[in-house]
Design a protein. Structure first.
Length: 597
């Protein structure tokens, strides 16, 4: 039996549904084995070298009916451009299939709307298992954006949006669209020049709102509705040390209303069971990690909001009514957990500038906040009375927990070596000895003339000091780790280890045997906002004086601090690290501050 006969009978073979598909440029109907097409077979190349913009667009244009595009494993490189979608497309990515953009380029996947109205755009677009990967380099932020206009029935499931959000925009821009689902996906990294921009914007059909402005699109100020964002993660891009390299995206929200909402107000937005870790602190008045303006039927429920390496925003959730004749209603913030988000104002702020009856049917309950900050922020505030039968504020709590401290058991300086050696009994000859301890993770290098030095069990002149049998040659040019220095009649000394492990054996050596990083100090009179959690030291880290840790930037009473001096530390590889001195004399990394403040 031939393939065409199988199609006519509607037969299913090996799990594939045989259907008839008409390519746009064909003049007759051609039978294909399935509506599933293979991206590589259609000209896309996943070698991380060849640019795929044209190949993807040609494939989408050719298969203009209902189609599933199967993307096999590979890295598919893209250059700056725009990809136009149509209705009834499903993208299915294999594990290891990645759309990649780099070098500051930008791709907009846009959903055109040649007509006004909720049916003016395209519908039924699905992304399954897609990975959109960018980067942030000296050439700029590389960007993938989904720009939805009058779209409906669009879903993203098990997708990854990695370090590719526009500094002035969004990952997914939902404008005048409805029935949009984002589930089980991961969003990482935001290097915003406009700090308040969110990964998922819920907005209106308006030219100003669009991430990509497609010529010929028709605008009508219709609001988006029925947007469901469920079980996603919004995470930072982190260094190996765990420090934040790029903040987590602000997860969801919007900041505008057009023509006073005459065409309607954004409604039916569900942000549920998501996890948000380390978004950028937003300190300006009127902004927040999650911000909605003139919205109704809003659910923010069951989410986990966590700060690990960054400090808090002024407000975490901010709901704003700007229209005097509009009543925001059915606002639900329930069963969320806030872990060390440390807001400087309050966790939730309800704001109405002029409305006489601004918000009703408010339910804020079952939320739990824990913080290590001694001074707790209020959980909820409003600039109008939270009264009436429709307002339910119950079972919300803010608790203070103790910060976890890691305790390292101190070790004694060694009194023996792995090589059998008889140690001499000596009397103390030093009249003066002064010891200063420091962080055990600090380090220096052995000097080139290391051969003239020896290692000791104690500093020379201390009771029972001895030169130890030790092969320094095998450590030539390597770093040694320091945890104590001593000044005595016999000179300056450091206690060292030849391993990062604090349990390693420790020896004493003269200062002359070590080469330290270079430090250049200068006056620097400025005020900055603290953003990230970094250790606070008594000296810049790796200073020959040896720094001790005095808590972290999270312990400071205010996130607005004055800086008095700056030190640039240059290590043996030429890497420069900058430290700022606070008015109390202590130091922390310049990366802890917002440079724009």
């Amino acid at each position: 039996m031939g393939l065409v006969a199988l199609v006519a009978m509607g037969t299913t073979l090996l799990g594939l549904n045989f259907v008839s598909v008409t390519p746009r440029q064909a003049s007759h109907t051609v039978a294909y084995a399935s509506t599933v097409i293979n991206a590589k077979h259609q000209g896309m190349v996943g070698n991380a070298k060849k640019v795929n913009n044209d190949a993807l667009q040609k494939m989408i244009n050719k298969w203009d009916g209902a189609v599933t595009i199967h993307v096999p494993k590979g890295t598919y490189l893209f250059d700056t451009g725009n990809i136009k979608l149509h209705s009834n497309i499903t993208f299915k990515f294999d594990k290891g299939a990645v759309f990649r953009i780099t070098a500051g380029h930008r791709v907009n996947f846009f959903y055109p709307s040649p007509e006004a109205g909720y049916d003016g755009g395209i519908s039924n677009v699905k992304w399954e298992g897609a990975t959109f990967q960018g980067d942030h380099t000296a050439k700029g932020q590389s960007v993938f954006t989904q720009s939805l206009h009058h779209a409906k029935d669009v879903s993203f499931n098990k997708c990854v949006f990695d370090d590719a959000e526009s500094p002035t925009g969004h990952y997914i821009d939902i404008d005048g669209s409805h029935d949009i689902k984002v589930t089980n996906s991961v969003f990482t990294g935001f290097n915003g020049s406009l700090d308040y921009k969110e990964a998922i914007q819920v907005d209106y059909s308006n030219y100003k709102a669009m991430s990509y402005k497609h010529p010929g699109d028709q605008y009508d100020n219709l609001p988006s509705y029925n947007v469901r964002v469920h079980k996603n993660q919004f995470l930072p891009v982190s260094r190996k040390s765990g420090e934040v390299q790029s903040y987590a995206p602000n997860p969801i929200g919007q900041h505008a209303i057009y023509d006073h909402g005459k065409a309607g107000i954004i409604h039916n937005v569900y942000f549920t069971n998501n996890t948000v870790v380390d978004p950028k602190p937003l300190m300006a008045k009127g902004v927040a990690t999650i911000h909605f303006k003139d919205v109704s039927n809003l659910w923010i429920t069951g989410n986990k909001f966590i700060n690990q390496h960054v400090l808090g925003s002024g407000n975490y959730i901010y709901l704003l009514n700007t229209e005097p004749d509009y009543n925001m209603t059915n606002l639900n913030i329930q069963d969320n957990t806030f872990t060390n988000v440390r807001p400087t104002r309050q966790y939730i702020f309800l704001d109405s500038s002029s409305a006489t009856d601004p918000m009703t049917h408010i339910k804020i309950s079952g939320n739990k906040a824990t913080t290590t900050k001694k001074k707790k922020a209020a959980f909820l505030k409003a600039n109008f009375a939270l009264t009436g039968d429709t307002v339910k504020i119950t079972r919300n709590s803010v608790k203070t927990t103790k910060a976890k401290k890691t305790h390292v058991k101190p070790q004694q300086t060694i009194t023996h070596t792995s090589v059998a050696q008889k140690l001499k009994k000596r009397k103390q000859t030093n009249k003066h000895e002064k010891y200063v301890s420091g962080l055990a993770s600090q380090h220096a290098q052995l000097t080139k003339n290391y051969k003239k030095y020896a290692v000791y069990n104690h500093i020379r002149g201390h009771k029972n000091w001895n030169v130890l049998k030790f092969n320094l040659k095998k450590h030539k040019g390597k770093r040694v780790y320091l945890d104590m220095r001593a000044k005595a009649d016999t000179g300056l000394w450091y206690r060292i280890r030849f391993s990062k492990k604090t349990s390693a054996k420790r020896y004493w050596i003269r200062k002359g045997a070590l080469t330290f990083d270079k430090f250049r100090k200068e006056s620097f009179d400025r005020e900055f906002d603290l953003m990230k959690i970094y250790p606070i030291y008594t000296h810049p880290f790796n200073d020959p004086a040896l720094a001790k840790q005095k808590g972290t930037t999270a312990d400071l009473a205010s996130q607005r601090v004055k800086v008095t001096h700056r030190v640039r530390r240059t290590d043996s590889n030429g890497k420069v690290t900058t430290y700022y001195q606070l008015t109390n004399g202590n130091w922390t990394r310049a990366l802890a501050f917002d440079p724009k403040s």
